[in-house]
Design a protein around this ligand. Structure first.
Ligand SMILES: *Cc1c(COP(=O)(O)O)cnc(C)c1O
Length: 395
């Protein structure tokens, strides 16, 4: 069996999205800034995609800037809000500890430039508390950045409550909605969002394209200077096929959202129930307020990396929260933020299901994880000490 259970990392492009982009590579490949027909066709396609994307999140087309993806959108949103804050003498930002590195590293850069950042706790369930946000807001707060849904543990934040509190105080609110767009309902007006980041490859669109929503009146600073594309907010010849494919993928995802979510929630909870039978294991993140596709577990006494490699041998593509593969031995900052100790956080596994995941596949995953965890524990000196009572179990 070959099972792809890493849809939070990236998704397979949908047939609809591939079909939508083809004419803009073969026929209407002209530069959208050119005046002849092929260029104008490309220009029209971009504007039509902008209208679609805007409509699907309750925005106005003029509020959408196409970018190269989630990371660029996060950078531009946060740096723009910081520039506005700096100009007004406000240098305080509120965020939380489980943001994506595209947000966290941008905030670190601003801290080095004299900004002060308050990181809200996310507690054991991985969710920010709106009343704690309220207490963190100050006279000099220029931005609140809290993600819509977390990429590792799938927890969905109380975005509407956070947005309302920010709007009431006139503080800009940015949300990294990369994991949420196309998966759970989003309306920027209802949620009181000022800036929102999205990325096509997380909802069956192509890699290297995304968008930034910026509410009218919120002035963006440029990350990339050059031509006057995207109303002067993002220079560079537009990724026409990517933009067209993104809007097609997004429409399809939103149209099928309810149906897909219901199916996924059933499979997700079935998978969670199966993995919960493994002794000394625990689900990470709130059991209910999580993305329909996300399952994340810690298994005590094993290494997440070894687990992944053995699952790969069995045909299962999954992910681990720890960053050992990237040369660092630090466990996931998200798992540490929800209170997992280092040793436990190292034994993590993220399975992110897709719309075509089947019950048979879930059965195979549960069976495989059970076997692999047992095998790894049988070799593990950490597990031996735990079972011998030399060290104590956390889970
Ligand atoms: C994937 C992801 C990003 C980065 O998006 P790219 O398009 O890959 O740059 C940012 N934030 C979250 C929450 C993500 O899951």
């Amino acid at each position: 069996m070959k099972i792809y259970a890493d849809n939070a990392a990236t998704t397979k492009m949908s047939k609809t999205a591939i079909a939508a982009m083809m004419p803009y590579m073969e026929e209407y490949f002209g530069n959208p800034s050119s005046l002849y027909t092929a260029g104008q066709k490309a220009k029209e396609a971009i504007e039509s995609a902008r209208a679609t994307v805007a409509e699907l999140i309750g925005a106005d087309p003029r509020e959408i800037v196409f970018t190269s993806g989630g990371s660029e959108s996060d950078n531009q949103a946060i740096l723009s809000a910081a520039a506005l804050g700096r100009a007004a003498g406000k240098r305080h930002i509120v965020s939380d500890g489980i943001e994506h590195h595209a947000v966290l590293h941008t905030l670190k850069k601003l801290e080095r430039e004299g900004f002060e950042v308050t990181y809200l706790p996310v507690h054991e369930n991985g969710i920010v508390r709106p009343e704690e946000l309220e207490n963190a807001l100050r006279e000099d707060t220029c931005l609140v950045s809290v993600m819509y849904a977390n990429n590792e543990i799938g927890t969905v934040q109380p975005i509407c409550e956070i947005g309302a509190r920010c709007r009431q105080r006139g503080i800009l609110f940015h949300t990294d909605a990369v994991q949420a767009v196309g998966h759970i309902p989003i309306n920027v007006a209802k949620d009181h969002v000022d800036l929102l980041s999205a990325s096509a490859h997380k909802f069956h669109g192509p890699k290297g394209v995304g968008f930034l929503y910026a509410r009218r009146g919120v002035k963006l600073s440029n990350l990339i200077e050059g031509g006057a594309q995207e109303r002067g907010k993002r220079a560079g010849t537009e990724n026409v096929p990517g933009i067209v494919a993104m809007s097609a993928a997004m429409r399809e995802a939103v149209e099928k959202m309810d149906e897909n979510a219901q199916k996924l929630i059933t499979l997700r909870d079935y998978l969670i129930a199966g993995l919960s039978e493994i002794p000394h294991s625990a689900l990470n993140g709130d059991a209910a307020r999580r993305l329909p596709s996300n399952v994340n577990f810690c298994f005590e006494g094993i290494e997440g990396e070894s687990l992944l490699l053995l699952l790969d041998d069995l045909g299962i593509a999954a992910s681990s929260g720890s960053a050992c593969t990237s040369g660092s031995l630090d466990p996931s900052h998200v798992l540490l933020a929800i209170g997992r100790v280092h040793d436990v956080a190292h034994g993590s596994l993220r399975l992110s299901l897709g719309e075509d995941t089947t019950r048979e596949e879930v059965d195979y995953i549960v069976e495989s994880v059970k076997n692999v965890v047992e095998k790894l524990r049988s070799f593990s000196p950490v597990w031996r000490d735990l079972t011998a009572g030399k060290t104590k179990f956390y889970l």
